[in-house]
Design a protein around this ligand. Structure first.
Ligand SMILES: [Zn+2]
Length: 267
């Protein structure tokens, strides 16, 4: 049995991904055995947001979901598709709006389309007071520019899968955002800088996520072509405590409670 403090909340799991089609029961059971009590299933398009909601209805004791349009999919944004996102958010298991934000790394949707969709999500979050699940890659300055006018009215918001610079981190903290940390932290090639930055995040603003099936922690000795799974969240949590030089009990308890509070879930 895991110790009592080993309870984890995976705030970003892409369980609608086709790699989980066949064995989701097992994936969730194995995660639970390793202390992953709760998961937020990420919606990144209208279709996936509907599927994420269906997963949360199948596993309401462990899963909640988000509804939104990922910046990659911003070209699918329209008032019609967005009103369906809004309808989904009327369900109690759909706890958060997103993912939304900006991703200029590959510009699968144009920056203009990304901005239009992002602003609609920001406005909706204020209208319905549900927290925001935010994505930003290679777009820090524009992201700050777009969110700033809304800041005083925004509900709780998390910049998920943070991989940026110290300056970007400090700016997001200054803006009041929570920070989501993934197994990127365990990547000695790309994530080394996060080892130091992780201690700059106040414990009350820190949450963790696997972003499964992506971002398999590279230091687990698992074949790199394998899918990432929520059960590996405990590995990420241990790394967070190690790099922060704090006790696992303190860190695990804080990030779990932060996550329940963020998504407005009572124990
Ligand atoms: Zn993302």
């Amino acid at each position: 049995m895991p110790l009592i403090q080993e309870q984890f909340f995976d705030i970003g799991a892409n369980l609608t991904h086709k790699s989980f089609k066949e064995d989701l029961d097992l994936v969730l059971a194995e995660a639970n055995k390793l202390g992953v009590r709760r998961l937020s299933v990420t919606g990144s398009s209208l279709k996936e947001s509907i599927e994420a909601f269906e997963i949360s209805r199948r596993y309401p004791e462990s899963c909640i979901s988000t509804a939104g349009i990922h910046p990659h999919n911003s070209k699918e944004y329209s008032p019609e598709s967005f009103s369906e996102i809004k309808d989904l958010l009327k369900n109690d298991l759909v706890k958060s709006i997103g993912e939304t934000g900006l991703d200029f790394n590959r510009n699968f949707s144009s920056p203009e389309d990304q901005q239009k969709s992002f602003e609609a999500h920001l406005e909706l979050s204020i209208e319905i007071s549900k927290p925001l699940f935010l994505h930003e890659r290679d777009a820090h300055e524009k992201f700050v520019e777009i969110t700033s006018p809304y800041l005083k009215d925004l509900p709780k918001s998390v910049v998920h899968c943070f991989t940026g610079t110290e300056d970007a981190l400090l700016k997001y903290l200054d803006m009041g955002f929570y920070i989501g940390i993934t197994g990127w932290l365990c990547d000695e090639r790309r994530g080394k800088h996060l080892e130091k930055l992780i201690s700059l995040i106040p414990l009350e603003k820190l949450m963790i996520e696997t972003d499964a099936p992506y971002l398999l922690p590279r230091d687990m000795g698992i074949d790199n072509s394998s899918r990432n799974e929520p059960k590996y969240l405990s590995h990420i949590a241990k790394k967070v405590a190690e790099f922060r030089k704090e006790s696992e009990e303190l860190v695990f308890t804080a990030i779990y409670m932060n996550s329940l509070d963020f998504f407005d879930i009572s124990i």
